[in-house]
Design a protein around this ligand. Structure first.
Ligand code: 0O2
Length: 225
């Protein structure tokens, strides 16, 4: 019987073994994020995470990335050079939540952060904004602990809205979009960034008003006593 092969021309067993690690890493990180969300709720009295999405990169997309980097499609190369096979997207309410959450992630002893890219402070040419962290998560197996890479993309709802639609629109042009489309997409990114700023300052104003009202109430109670 001939052994089943994958796109990588390697044994299906090796492929499944690697995919098991990436799936386990996603589960580990998602659990930690849930706990962080609860802790955040405890400290700041609201949940910063609107929703979380995760995915395993398709073999086709992995092959394309390896080709782009100039590497042969082997499992070893994919593990070494492709950092976003396991991807988690964390969508927050406000830009400030992104940095607070990133700080909390940075404090997790189990996670080794080996790369950070702040596309919020430094947006991409396309207009793309998001906070990227590449981390290694220890996965306990019968053969020992295997550090497994996960890419975290942390962004606001507005950033996610833009990125999802831009991905769809740009995808249709296979990277060859006419200039006016790219320019319009960049203008939309600027509108989205402005919206994020406005929502953040509105939220801060509301929090301050609420804080003031709370202080006044407790002073009133104090005077009555
Ligand atoms: P998919 O479909 O999400 O998997 P590099 O590591 O710098 O050599 P890489 O990995 O492309 O190259 O890094 P980069 O530029 O930080 O992009 C990582 C991911 O961020 C992308 O993965 C996208 O998910 C997202 N991203 C980056 N730039 C853009 C952009 O201009 N528009 C949108 N919508 N998303 C972007 P993939 O593998 O490209 O795609």
């Amino acid at each position: 019987m001939t052994e089943q092969k994958t796109e990588f021309n390697e044994s299906i067993y090796d492929w499944q073994n690697i995919m098991f690690l990436y799936n386990a890493a996603i589960k580990e990180v998602r659990t930690k994020l849930d706990i962080m969300n609860d802790e955040f709720q405890f400290i700041y009295q609201y949940n910063p995470i609107e929703y979380i999405k995760s995915r395993i990169k398709t073999p086709e997309s992995i092959v394309n990335k390896l080709k782009r980097y100039g590497y042969e499609s082997t499992i070893q190369n994919m593990v070494e050079y492709v950092n976003d096979i396991a991807g988690i997207r964390v969508v927050c309410s406000f830009t400030s939540d992104i940095y607070r959450l990133a700080e909390m992630i940075g404090k997790q002893k189990e996670f080794e952060i080996f790369y950070i890219k702040d596309y919020i402070k430094h947006p991409k040419e396309s207009g793309y904004r998001s906070y990227h962290m590449h981390i290694k998560v220890p996965i306990q197996t019968t053969k020992g602990v295997i550090p497994t890479k996960v890419e975290l993309q942390i962004r606001t709802i507005a950033m996610d809205f833009w990125a999802s639609l831009e991905h769809k629109i740009y995808y249709k042009f296979e990277g060859e979009a006419p200039d006016y489309i790219s320019q319009d997409l960049r203008s939309c990114a600027a509108i989205v960034a402005n919206l994020d700023e406005k929502m953040l300052s509105l939220n801060e104003a509301i929090m301050q008003t609420k804080g003031r009202a709370k202080r006044n109430k407790s002073e009133e109670i104090h005077e009555c006593n």
